[in-house]
Design a binder for this molecule. Structure first.
Ligand SMILES: Cc1ncc(COP(=O)(O)O)c(C=O)c1O
Length: 401
């Protein structure tokens, strides 16, 4: 398969990111150090949380948030099946059992009406995922959590810029975790951040992210004099580096501008696909209304009416030189989880998972490119309907064998 002419995603790396990385490379300190501290402080201030702790991925952050809350073997954590497998992997890595709950058919986030029936004596937490950058119904989720004394950890991998009812995502649950993976709204190549208002979670995560040490290397060396460290927990190697943070510092300054650029693309897709009855747009560009919601516009998924067309359209677009994605195949349909959830069904997630297809979306995608993507989607359905008509109107009956 040739390299797509219109890629599914392209990170925006400008001269200032390059300069910041070069400065770090020449500084003599490239591990976790002053740039991580700066990025944490700027991210914390952008989100409006009390604490922000940088990590090497969102997945690591989900695991450490759960562990910092004491969740592990014997506990259950409820989340959605329509997510990236890492949300569920993180639960499994703590020793706890993931419990999946179905989604609401419109936004495709956790359906709050279905959560309560999943709660048992072992349930400790809920992980809502703000899919595609659209906030989950946090009001209902937080009230369920309060009623049953559960923790809420938000998987905010797609939702750095998202606002829900005047509250920034990252300030609502007990902790929220963001991703700076290569295709995310801002990127550090690989990277993640936990935000929380709880000092205890922040302190525990800081220890867990770096081998369980009571002091990180920068704290020990920045004054110039050696300080002894102690391992107080069997921690992990989940820290960010200053090279990664250099990208984050520069990208964070442009996050809102890039969100607006993606929103313009979303508008173009919405307008041009509006009358095509074979597909439905999941993400709609609405007014940025913080009292209701502000969306992050991370992905642009469409729902194909006929599930049999989804993979055919996917192949066709690739042949046309257009990059595509699927967000997501439901977790319980992946081989490892299919065994664990073998007698369970999540019909809304299954239906969505068989029909979703994401179109290219990134800030520098040009209007003409978005138009070409839609032209190709239309051309596919024109061809398909012609074929269907040809078959159904064929004058000669199929010979019997
Ligand atoms: C919904 C969701 N959660 C978690 C993750 C994991 O992020 P990371 O790759 O930073 O670990 C992703 C990554 O794509 C994601 O889409």
């Amino acid at each position: 398969m040739k390299k797509p002419e219109i890629p599914f995603f392209k990170p925006t790396i400008e001269q200032e990111e390059i300069d910041e990385v070069v400065e770090t490379l020449k500084s003599g300190w490239i591990g976790q150090g002053p740039k991580c501290e700066k990025f944490e402080e700027e991210f914390r201030s952008y989100i409006g949380s009390k604490y922000a702790i940088s990590l090497n991925s969102c997945t690591a952050g989900l695991q450490l948030s759960l562990m910092a809350l004491g969740i592990g073997r014997g506990d259950e954590v409820i989340t959605t099946s329509l997510t990236f497998c890492s949300t569920v992997n993180a639960i499994v890595h703590t020793g706890a059992s993931p419990v999946l709950s179905d989604i609401d058919p419109a936004a495709l986030n956790l359906d709050p009406e279905k959560i309560e029936e999943k709660i048992t004596k072992r349930t400790k937490a809920i992980i809502p995922v703000h899919l595609y950058g659209c906030p989950a119904d946090m009001k209902k989720i937080m009230s369920i959590a309060e009623k049953y004394h559960l923790y809420v950890i938000e998987d905010a991998a797609h939702a750095i810029e998202t606002i829900y009812q005047n509250q920034k995502i990252g300030t609502i649950g007990d902790a929220a975790v963001f991703s700076f993976y290569a295709s995310k709204n801002i990127s550090t190549g690989e990277g993640g951040m936990i935000t929380t208002n709880h000092q205890k979670i922040a302190e525990k995560v800081k220890i867990l992210r770096l081998h369980g040490l009571d002091k990180d290397a920068w704290k020990r060396y920045k004054t110039g004099e050696y300080k002894h460290y102690e391992c107080v927990l069997p921690g992990f190697k989940f820290n960010m580096t200053d090279i990664q943070a250099s990208l984050g510092i520069r990208q964070l300054k442009k996050i809102e501008q890039w969100r607006c650029m993606r929103k313009e693309i979303v508008k173009i897709y919405n307008d041009l696909l509006n009358d095509l009855e074979e597909v439905t747009s999941i993400v709609k560009a609405g007014r940025d209304n913080p009292e209701d919601k502000v969306q992050a516009y991370h992905l642009y998924p469409i729902m194909v009416k006929n599930p049999q067309d989804r993979d055919k359209l996917l192949t066709y677009l690739q042949e046309e030189g257009i990059g595509v994605g699927v967000h997501f195949k439901p977790v319980h349909q992946h081989p490892y989880y299919a065994k664990i959830f073998k007698n369970k069904s999540y019909p809304t997630a299954e239906n969505a998972g068989s029909r979703l297809l994401s179109l290219p979306l990134f800030p520098t995608l040009r209007k003409e490119e978005a138009e070409r993507v839609v032209e190709s989607v239309r051309a596919f359905f024109k061809r398909t309907s012609k074929n269907t008509r040809l078959i159904s109107s064929h004058p000669y009956p199929r010979p019997t064998l």
